[in-house]
Structures are given as structure tokens and as C-alpha cells.
Design a protein around this ligand. Structure first.
Ligand code: HEM
Length: 488
């Protein structure tokens, strides 16, 4: 095992891999670099930066898709597919707008200091989307019924989103100063030396992280000796990279919320901890819907960049996504660890499984995490500190006064977190099966492993692991209370 070779001086992820130049999730998605692009002054600012970066990442997809669609002559399904993806994204944006309105506008933007510190500006990408989409209606002389419907739907959803987005921006950012674009110095003075929107969100760097770094072409069965950055990536691969990045930025906030909830619980500040977990649930709600976006490409479109084979003479050269895999998302693992899976023997064995996977899953940071208090532990300690012996005693019917109402509310919110985590596992494996059927995954585990983790289909004999990979829920004890309630 060795360190993955560095790409473009990106920070190290801490993984160990079988071969330095194998395609690796952290290199392909540029995760460690991506996570340096939020430098918040406060946890509240982190949420605002992530929310805006998330939009900008998806705007990049919308723009690339619009350009690609407008380049099509309308004789194939391609433009319909791309415009339908736009509609799916605007629907996702509606959910994101809910999240932004409840967490950022109602909870945070009330803090004047946060709003005043923000850069002024507008999204150049969104302005371009609006301008390009105006061309859609005139682009095809005699569009098919599907294409005409897709154009109509696209424009209706864009209009609906535009209004909500403008409202969000005006609630969180100062308006752009009126000076003309070219007068940079004056604009900066007018901003009172605040960074511009582009600088504050590090947009130049953020929007250059979709370069699709894979292992260089190699003979089948041989190790690669370098990385390969394609000259240009297609619209689907652009979406595939961005969707992972959009998960990773919100994973960062999710982890931050859990990390902050633990000491609050330790100090007995139950209502504040509950607010943090409620934010986690709102993020999960978004992530469950977001995981359906990759299925906006057709399975065969995915195969075009998942596996690439080039024949030269008698020799076949290969590259592609394998062995990179979502299993290598260190933030996802960290969420599982801090949410309590740390204590599960099978999960521990999986994390340490040195010989099974072409990667060692534990990074030094995660190894450290294994030693720290988890969310379920902090919850149980808070219940004990209140002198409540059995979890069942936390609950009363709504019309009976409850001396532990704050803990009962927390318990319900934790259960909801567990619920949405399970939805994510199910939504992910269902999307995966739609995309690749029963094929082996690029990380060699495949949908059957994912079904086991979600507990929805257990293999007679697991292809890779000795033990079943069913993941316990984070709060099994709270689920058991549900069975007992009212049966005494
Ligand atoms: C076309 C889209 C996708 C396909 C076909 C796919 C496929 C798979 C497969 C087959 C696995 C099992 C490991 C393996 O054999 O590689 C896996 C694991 C995983 N994927 Fe995906 N995936 C997709 C998109 C995503 C996205 C957008 C995310 C978001 C971060 C994601 C996150 C994960 C995670 C965290 C795991 C590990 C799950 C666990 O160990 O419990 N995947 N994926």
C-alpha cells in the first residue's frame, strides 16, 4: 500500500492505495482541495458559503448541459435528456431553497453581522443560464413532441426557481454596487474592501475542479504509471463529478453540525443540540433527493466514461473510474463513525479490511475519530445525567405534561436522522441498480453489498466479505422503544 500520487499539489487525503496512480475517488472528485475552499469565520458562515457554492456547482452543470443541448440538431434523445436533467435540478433546487430559507434566512440572516460581512455580487453563471435558455424556444424548427415538452418544462421550472433564488440572494447578500464592471478599483471601494462574490466563494478554483483525473491508459492487468486529465469532459461526466462534490460540501456541514451537537449534549444544552440535529435532518432530506440525479444520464452514457478501452494494434489499453468508488469518501465514513457505527464489530472489520479493497479506508483523521465520543454515546449520557433510567420514560402522549419534553424531542429528531440515513442507503442502491444492474461496482463490491448495508437483501453467500455487511442503525435502542411503547 502507498500514498496516492499528488495531483496539482492537492492536499493529501490520508488514504493508502494499492497503486499510486490508480483512479482514486479523492483525486477524481478533488475532495481534499474542494474542502479547502470554504474558509468560514463562523459555523453560520460555513453554511452560507456551502449553500452558495452548491448552487454554483450545479449552475456549471446547467450551463454545460444547455450548451450541449443547443449544439444538438434535435434528431436524437440527447437534448431531451439534458433538458429533463435541468428540470430535475430545478426541482432539487426547490428543496434546497426550503433548506436555505429555514436554516439561513430565518435562523442565520437574522444576525446582521453575518449579512454585513458578506461579499456583494451576483452569479455570472446564473445570468448566462437565463440568457441561454431564452434561445431554447427558437433553436429547433420542428422539434419532436418530447423535445417541445422538455423546452416548455425547462423554462417554466427555471422561471419558478429564478424568483426564489433572487429572494434568497437579497436576504443574504448585499446588492451589487452600481459601478460598471470594468472599474474594478471603484467597485472594490464601493464594497468597502469586502471580497467580491467570486473571491469570497473561491469560484475560479471551485469551478476548475471538474477535470476528471483518472489513471493514465495502461495495458490490461498492469499498473498505471501516471494520471490522465482528459482535454475536455462530456456533459454527463461533468454532472457525475459535480454531484459527488455537491455531496461532499454538504457532508462537511453535516459533520460540523454533529460535532457541535456532541459537546452541547455533554453540557446539558438539549434544545441547542436538537436544533443542530434538526439541521442535519434537513440536509439529509436534500441528499436523499440529490442521489437520484445521476440517473438523469442513460446507463450507456455512464459506461462511456466508466470504462474506457483503446485498441492500438494488437494491444488493448484501458482506463476508467475503477477502482475508485464512493466507499472512499472519507467524510461519509466519518459521518458513520461519529454517528455510532464505530462500535459495530463488522463495520470495524470492514474499515480495517486491508486485503479486501484496493484502498485502506481509514485515514489518520478517522483513526483519531474512532477514539472520540459518538452522537449516540452523548445522547445516552445526557439522558442519564437527567436521572432517567429507561429511554421509555422519556415519552408521554402529547396531552400529558412531560418533564423531559426537551429530551423526547431530541430523541424524535435523532430517530428522524436515522430514518433519513436509511432512505439515503435505499435511494442510492436503487439508483445504482438502475444504472449498472447487478454489475460489479468500480470498487468491486457492487449493489449486493449496498443492499446488505441497507438491510434490504441479504446474500446467501457474500462474494467479497466473510461476514454479512448489514449496518446497524445509529439508534437501535430508540427504535426498540417504539415496539414497547404502550404495551405495558
Ligand atoms: C452512477 C452513479 C453511481 C453509481 C453507479 C454508484 C455505485 C456504487 C457502488 C456499486 C458502490 C459499492 C462499492 C463499489 O462496488 O464500488 C457504491 C458505494 C458508495 N457510493 Fe455510490 N454510486 C453512484 C453515485 C454516488 C454518489 C453521487 C455518491 C455521493 C457521495 C455515492 C456515494 C457512495 C458511498 C458513500 C458509497 C459507500 C457506501 C457504503 O459503504 O455503505 N455514490 N456506489
Amino acid at each position: 500500500m502507498e500514498k496516492p500520487a499528488a495531483w496539482n499539489n492537492d492536499p493529501e487525503c490520508g488514504h493508502a492505495v494499492a497503486s499510486a496512480y490508480q483512479t482514486h475517488y479523492c483525486t477524481y472528485i478533488r475532495v481534499p482541495r474542494l474542502l479547502t475552499l470554504q474558509q468560514p469565520q463562523s459555523p453560520d458562515e460555513l453554511i452560507l458559503i456551502v449553500a452558495l457554492q452548491w448552487y454554483e456547482l450545479w449552475f456549471k452543470v446547467l450551463l454545460a448541459d444547455l450548451h450541449a443541448a443547443l449544439n444538438e440538431d434535435g434528431s436524437t434523445f440527447e437534448p431531451v435528456k439534458l433538458l429533463r436533467r435541468g428540470v430535475a435540478l430545478y426541482k432539487l433546487f426547490a428543496l434546497h431553497a426550503d433548506l436555505c430559507e429555514s436554516i439561513i434566512v430565518r435562523e442565520l440572516a437574522l444576525k446582521k453581522s453575518l449579512r454585513d460581512a458578506n461579499a456583494r455580487g451576483v452569479s455570472q453563471q446564473f445570468a448566462q443560464i437565463a440568457a441561454l435558455s431564452a434561445q431554447l424556444a427558437r433553436r429547433w424548427q420542428k422539434p419532436s413532441a418530447e423535445l417541445a415538452d422538455a423546452v416548455r418544462d425547462y423554462r417554466a421550472h427555471l422561471d419558478a426557481f429564478r424568483a426564489r433564488y433572487a429572494k434568497f440572494l437579497s436576504a443574504t447578500l448585499k446588492p451589487s454596487p452600481p459601478a460598471p464592471l470594468s472599474r474594478r478599483k471603484e467597485r472594490r471601494q464601493a464594497r468597502g474592501n469586502l471580497p467580491s462574490y467570486v473571491e469570497w466563494l473561491r469560484l475560479d478554483e471551485l469551478l476548475a475542479l471538474q477535470d476528471g483525473i483518472k489513471s493514465a491508459l495502461r495495458e490490461e492487468g498492469k499498473e498505471s504509471q501516471g494520471f490522465w486529465a482528459p482535454e475536455q469532459i462530456g456533459a454527463d461526466e461533468n454532472m457525475f463529478i459535480v454531484v459527488h462534490q455537491c455531496f461532499e460540501v454538504w457532508f462537511r456541514v453535516l459533520l460540523d453540525c454533529i460535532e457541535r451537537a456532541i459537546p452541547l449534549l455533554q453540557r446539558g444544552e438539549i434544545r441547542a443540540a436538537t436544533r443542530g440535529v434538526r439541521r442535519v435532518v434537513q440536509i439529509q432530506r436534500l441528499l436523499v433527493q440529490q442521489i437520484q440525479i445521476p440517473a438523469t444520464m442513460l446507463p450507456l452514457d455512464f459506461m462511456r466514461f466508466r470504462e474506457q478501452r483503446v485498441e492500438r494494434g494488437n494491444q488493448v489499453f484501458v482506463t476508467g473510474l475503477s477502482p475508485a468508488s464512493g466507499t472512499e469518501s472519507y467524510q461519509f465514513r466519518e459521518i458513520e463513525i461519529v454517528s455510532g457505527l464505530r462500535d459495530d464489530a463488522v463495520f470495524q472489520k470492514y474499515l480495517q479490511g486491508k486485503d479486501i479493497l484496493p484502498i485502506r479506508l481509514l485515514t489518520p483523521r478517522q483513526t483519531e475519530r474512532l477514539k472520540q465520543t459518538t452522537l449516540p454515546e452523548a445522547f445516552r449520557a445526557a439522558v442519564q445525567a437527567r436521572g432517567v433510567e429507561k429511554l421509555d420514560a422519556l415519552f408521554t402522549p402529547a396531552n400529558v405534561a412531560n418533564p423531559n419534553a426537551d429530551l423526547a424531542e431530541l430523541a424524535d429528531t435523532l430517530l428522524e436522522y436515522d430514518e433519513f440515513f436509511r432512505y439515503w442507503r435505499i435511494a442510492h442502491v436503487t439508483m445504482v441498480e438502475k444504472m449498472i444492474g447487478g454489475k460489479s461496482g468500480t470498487g468491486f463490491l457492487g449493489p449486493e453489498y449496498l443492499m446488505e448495508t441497507a438491510g434490504i437483501k441479504i446474500q446467501e453467500k457474500n462474494r467479497v466479505f466473510e461476514e454479512r455487511q448489514v449496518r446497524p442503525r445509529f439508534f437501535e435502542d430508540l427504535w426498540r422503544v417504539r415496539t414497547r411503547l404502550g404495551t405495558y
